[in-house]
Design a binder for this molecule. Sequence first.
Ligand SMILES: [Zn+2]
Length: 309
Amino acid sequence: MARSNLSQTLALPLPVDTHVHLSLGGDPQANARLQLAAGVAVVRDAGSRDGLLDGVVLPPALTVVKTGPAIFKKGFYGSFLGDNRALSLAEKIAQTPSSFVKLILTGMVSFDVYGEVGPQQWSFAELCEIVGLAEACGKKVMVHVNSDKACREAVTAGAHSLEHGYFISSETLLMMAEKGVYWTPTVAAMANQTRDPDKRFSAVQLQIIERNYKRHLEMIRFAHEHGVKLTIGTDSGSYNVPHGSSFLREMELFVEAGIPVAEVWRIATANGYELLGLPGELRLNLDPGLPLNTLLEQAKLVFCKQLSI
Ligand SMILES: [Zn+2]
């Protein structure tokens, strides 16, 4: 039986969600506690409006890497999690509280017209300028981006990770594999909309949503097969993406995409640590033949013991 081939023990760091918004979808402290309760040990906060999280005391057991407010162009998508203050680009970049800068390059995916996304905010030349300004102060740029054209420009300009990346092509993914650019596809944020708990969407919109997330699963599979560095990022705090429980959901969708469970564990842990540049000293020993939720249960046991919570 295949089980015996899979049952060697893996040594992995704790689970990392590389894309959440603690300031969205409820109180930030409560949201942080939900992450811990779900077995997530590390999160990267991918943007809060005008530094909303700056003064918030979060549970010390949760490692939080903050990008501060996202950088977006005035009049375009992103004010609710972005920097609305009258500062220059260089000032905004220098002020981010970690080594990551969150840049919003395009708008959201349309649910009315398949393949359509909100407009691109920054030209390729501006993108290069932003990446250069970040590099000058030792920072990396994570880019909120949809549409293949914008994804490709972000990769060419020197983005460190692409977030979402709906409608990305296989050619662009191959460029990412070559350049070592991370991809955080946030597929649960799309797939969860098919459940439509508030009956917000029409039948036509639900078909488009379904098509979007099914295509995204195919691209996630392609990315994995061709060596793109994937991470689990949930976009928790956005609509229908609850804090905590979304981590397991995103992992399950990676399995649905065709990635073996033991590989998903590695993506959910080691890849996240690598993206964030963390040492990963808190390690788990796991049998990869066990189901995905074992990862989170074991993670909780480890950090409860080591961090005395
Ligand atoms: Zn986000």
